[in-house]
Design a protein around this ligand. Sequence first.
Ligand code: AP5
Length: 212
Amino acid sequence: MNILLFGPPGAGKGTQAALLTQNKGMLHISTGDLFRNNIKNKTPLGLEAQGYMSKGELVPDQLTINMVDDVLKSAGSKPFILDGFPRTKNQALALETLLEKRKTSIGKVVFLNVDNSLLMARLTGRRVCKKCGAVYHIKNSPPKKDGICDSCGGEVVLRPDDSDEAIEKRLSVYEETTRPVKDYYRDKNLLAEIDGSESSEKVFKKIEKVIC
Ligand code: AP5
């Protein structure tokens, strides 16, 4: 089954997608990671996306949809997890078309529900590896050696859009533009709402139950 992980910034979408990839062999498609890779490689798409991302704004729909179209083309037949897409009604409608073209569909939309105060604590405490993108948290899951990635030895740093100002903007963009997309999937009977404030392991067990 293909699934869509939906929720506010810091809800744990990336964390749960990593667990699903490890445990279920699913393909992780994160639009945030794809943009960050483009920025790292200084591609024209990366240069364009960087301005929006650093301010906590959404990258324009058409750029994002074209990028997802390209990824789905090369995804093969493995079940996939969409993380961070769609984030607007336009993107949700475009996704329908992209999936129809490939004669596939989304089986479940997993919404991770987390209060704003906890989201702030997760985002301000998050650290990421510059080299491999592994995600840590200064309190919940710090690297064994301060500032050094356990997996690849890379430097562990604050994500550029995890500044207080950009976080505030991302949360307000989520409320205004992305949260309404939830109703679109509720109307389609695809929505499974999960309490995302529990430990990563407990949240993962709940996701396993709704997607089995
Ligand atoms: P993106 O990278 O998708 O960021 P986001 O949606 O803001 O989500 P995050 O990555 O911040 O949070 P997450 O839910 O993955 O949480 P995580 O697992 O890391 O997008 C970034 C930007 O790219 C956007 O702002 C936009 O500019 C652009 N973009 C991306 N997609 C786009 C689109 N479709 N359209 C237009 N623009 C787009 O967890 C957070 C922290 O909490 C970590 O430290 C983690 O260790 C910790 N944690 C996680 N779960 C738990 C738990 N259960 N218990 C304790 N700690 C936990």
